[in-house]
Design a protein. Structure first.
Length: 62
């Protein structure tokens, strides 16, 4: 499972960082991934929640 960030859509609301601070950072107005590659097993629930709370659907799971 991986998270993709559409930086063109991201408006930097920071909700993703609030629910998944080990996976995402909202620095400089855009979400930045803090993991390279697959989401660690212990963070998968947080990843799914982060994707769901994005108000403009700038995140998705693959």
């Amino acid at each position: 499972m991986r998270i993709l960030v559409d930086r063109r859509r991201c408006e930097g609301h920071g909700l993703c960082e609030g629910v998944a601070p080990k996976l995402l950072s909202a620095d400089e107005g855009h979400a930045e991934l803090l993991v390279d590659g697959d989401v660690p097993t212990d963070q998968q629930t947080a990843a799914v929640i982060a994707v769901r709370v994005c108000p403009i659907a700038a995140l998705r799971m693959i």
